[in-house]
Write a protein that binds this ligand. Structure first.
Ligand SMILES: [Zn+2]
Length: 140
């Protein structure tokens, strides 16, 4: 014969990864769902549906990021030393760390190549120009 205390401890053990607050929220939600005629299957279908939409959004973001990366690699500036695509980063405003006030820095990350070049053109402008060039190339 199990006591109430033992039974409650078994329930707590079964719901192990969830905090008491989460369990309370789930109970509140289940009671509300029951009141409006929703089943556990409806709730599973709903959460799967939302997860599916979020995954689709992540996939779209990834494919956009991939398109941008591909555009950069194909149409972006190349290293004059080794011919590999250069990376570009924004620099801090003019000051101790950026005495001449450059807006951006191109740098090569290929092997041991240490080529770098500074520019007064902001990174967003450089990147935007490359993406536009890639779109124009695709449009042709
Ligand atoms: Zn290089």
């Amino acid at each position: 014969m199990t006591t109430t205390k033992e039974r409650m401890e078994q329930i707590a053990e079964s719901l192990q990864p969830f905090t008491f607050g989460k369990v309370q929220d789930a109970v509140t939600m289940m009671l509300k769902a029951k009141r409006v005629g929703l089943t556990l299957e409806d709730l599973v279908e709903y959460t799967d549906w939302v997860v599916g939409i979020r995954q689709a959004e992540i996939d779209v973001d990834r494919s956009r990021a991939n398109l941008k990366l591909t555009a950069w690699l194909k149409h972006g500036p190349k290293c004059p030393h080794c011919g590999q695509p250069l990376s570009v980063r924004a620099l801090p405003p003019k000051g101790k760390a950026n005495v001449k006030g450059y807006a951006s820095q191109f740098f090569c990350q290929s092997g041991n190549c240490t080529y770098e070049e500074f520019s007064m053109t902001p990174r967003e402008v450089i990147v935007g120009n490359v993406y536009r060039a890639a779109e124009n190339a695709r449009g042709r």
